[in-house]
Design a protein around this ligand. Structure first.
Ligand code: ADP
Ligand code: ADP
Length: 226
């Protein structure tokens, strides 16, 4: 559970390119925010700044009212799920899900408990000993989500998490993400090119172009639904 506040956030890459310009947005606790916009408009850069994986050039980022511009990624209570899953190929499903907890020196028995809980939610209980290459695309995506939810973060950032899945799985995972959002009561920021995903999942949609926010609206308003 968390609110986010971005005020005039800018990103200028070392080569001088201004990828995000004066980005201001208030995200309420448990909102499901969707970022849409053409490739290169700054969606990933913004997520990466929120996660702390990319430095904010100017402006202010607050989580629950606290300025976190200089807070390390691991201390931000944020989890990120990527399009390409980013699983460690040599590790089992269990170890992939446990990785972030081990990094944070969580006791072993607690790690086991948390991984098993997440595996139950995501229907991965029977797959904990497998390596990623022995999983389907949908299962891999669930492991990536499992790795995020074991940490029980306040904020989830998802960068086109379903774009590598086939149509049928996308529909299934879409409803899983919706129920995960309800169950975890998390605040989510989600990047997608898929209008159906944006409409069914989002509480608000942020439209970006060339690093600038063009529009922020409810899905109903944005897509002219009655
Ligand atoms: P999106 O996620 O919307 O596709 P990105 O945030 O990945 O867009 O990129 C926004 C812009 O910043 C793009 O024009 C991209 O080429 C540029 N960009 C991304 N990373 C870097 C970098 N490390 N150095 C310079 N420019 C970058
Ligand atoms: P945490 O959940 O604690 O942030 P992760 O397990 O997600 O830790 O991974 C930490 C970093 O390592 C992330 O930046 C992630 O993108 C990267 N990473 C994860 N898996 C791989 C991989 N198989 N190859 C390269 N980098 C990876």
């Amino acid at each position: 559970m968390a609110s986010l506040s971005l005020t005039n956030v800018c990103k200028v890459y070392p080569n001088g390119f201004e990828a995000v310009k004066d980005f201001s947005l208030e995200v309420e606790d448990q909102e499901f925010i969707i970022f849409v916009g053409p490739s290169g408009c700054g969606k990933s850069t913004t997520l990466r700044m929120i996660a702390g994986l990319e430095e904010i050039s100017s402006g202010e980022l607050k989580i629950d009212g606290r300025v976190v511009n200089d807070v390390e990624p691991k201390d931000r209570d944020i989890a990120m799920v990527f399009q390409n899953y980013a699983l460690y190929p040599h590790m089992t499903v269990f170890d992939n899900m446990a990785f972030g907890l081990k990094l944070r020196k969580v006791p072993k028995d607690e790690i086991k408990k948390k991984v098993e809980e997440a595996a139950k939610i995501l229907d991965l209980e029977k797959l904990l000993d497998r390596k990623p290459k022995a999983l389907s695309g949908g299962q891999r995506q669930r492991v990536a989500m499992g790795r995020a939810i074991v940490r029980n973060p306040k904020v989830f950032l998802m960068d086109e998490p379903l774009s590598n899945l086939d149509a049928k799985l996308r529909v299934q995972m879409r409803s899983e993400i919706a129920s995960l959002h309800n169950r975890l009561k998390a605040t989510i920021i989600y990047v997608t090119h898929d209008q159906t995903e944006a409409m069914t999942l989002g509480t608000r949609i942020v439209v970006l172009k060339d690093g600038v926010i063009m529009q922020v609206d409810s899905p109903q308003k944005l897509y002219n639904e009655p």
